[in-house]
Design a protein around this ligand. Structure first.
Ligand SMILES: Nc1ncnc2c1ncn2[C@@H]1O[C@H](COP(=O)(O)OP(=O)(O)OP(=O)(O)O)[C@@H](O)[C@H]1O
Length: 267
């Protein structure tokens, strides 16, 4: 679905992403690594927020690979790469339904869908309702977004990303700030969207990562230090030393990185 070759980003003398060769298939891949490893910078490169210093990014379109290295965020979104943001990216005073409907409409107008017609408003609202059901927010359709719990906001962000009808979904810490009771819902949501999207997940909660991932890529100081299924990556001594030293499995009820050093999370 998406691949990079030699992808590099330097900020002055600091190499934040260092010659990364990466491929995302129809699966759920997690990108993990210590704070400052380059995960957010890698996401920013994939979505066109940052321009690479070197290397290429390609997206598969049918049987062909399309070079999207130079694409701006709007362009990568139109080509099917959508991201749910670590920092909340909602219209806070609009309802849950409005947030998703507007995203669906923006995408529909962009892609000039055939069903754009006089009933378009209703169509987009119906699509938004379907998405809300999928992300578990159908009961909150008329709630004002800013009044939602942290967990529900993360669900809404995923809903907004889904409204763009993505092929590739980049999930940026969907568990950040989520209460322990809601972690199970977030896991269910991640697994559900991974059924029909290629998903790249950045997440500090290792219980979530080890549970949901088909594949894990470990970054350390901008470079890939390990790449494989969870069972392999977990036992890799280099990964243990660089990142997983403090990880104790089986504590998935705890929240993510922005609440500090929690059981099940390493940073
Ligand atoms: N705009 C920027 N200008 C200069 N340096 C930057 C910039 N953005 C990131 N960096 C640096 O690049 C490195 C990688 O940062 P990045 O935020 O990508 O790491 P991360 O793995 O996402 O970390 P975290 O887990 O804390 O979110 C860090 O050393 C960071 O200080």
């Amino acid at each position: 679905m998406l691949r990079t070759a030699g992808l590099t980003k330097r900020f002055g003398g600091l190499t934040a992403v260092d010659s990364v060769d990466f491929e995302l298939d129809e699966e759920l891949t997690s990108l993990i690594g210590p704070n400052g490893a380059g995960k957010t910078t890698f996401f920013d490169l994939l979505t066109g927020v940052l321009e690479p210093t070197e290397g290429t990014i390609e997206l598969r379109a049918g049987d062909e690979w399309r070079d999207v290295t130079e694409a701006a965020p709007h362009g990568t979104a139109r080509l099917g790469v959508h991201r749910s943001y670590q920092v909340t990216n909602l219209f806070p005073t609009s309802t849950v339904l409005e947030n998703v409907r507007v995203a669906a409409q923006a995408h529909g107008e962009d892609s000039m869908r055939a069903w754009r017609n006089v009933n378009a408003f209703t169509d987009y609202a119906e699509e938004a309702h379907r998405i809300l059901e999928r992300v578990g927010l159908d009961g909150e359709a008329h709630t004002v977004a800013e009044t939602l719990s942290h967990g529900a906001k993360r669900q809404l962000e995923v809903g907004i990303a889904l409204a763009g009808d993505p092929d590739v979904l980049l999930l940026d810490e969907p568990n950040a700030g989520v209460s322990s009771e809601s972690v199970g819902d977030i896991i269910d949501l991640i697994e559900d969207v991974a059924d029909d999207h290629a998903v790249l997940l950045v997440e500090h909660n290792m219980d979530i990562v080890m549970n949901v991932s088909d594949h894990i890529v470990v970054l350390d100081r901008g470079s890939v230090i390990a790449d494989g299924p969870p069972s392999e990556v977990r036992g890799d001594p280099t990964v243990q030393e660089a990142y997983l030293g403090g990880y104790e499995p089986g504590t998935a009820g705890r929240s993510g990185s922005d609440t500090g050093s929690e059981e099940g999370s390493v940073a």
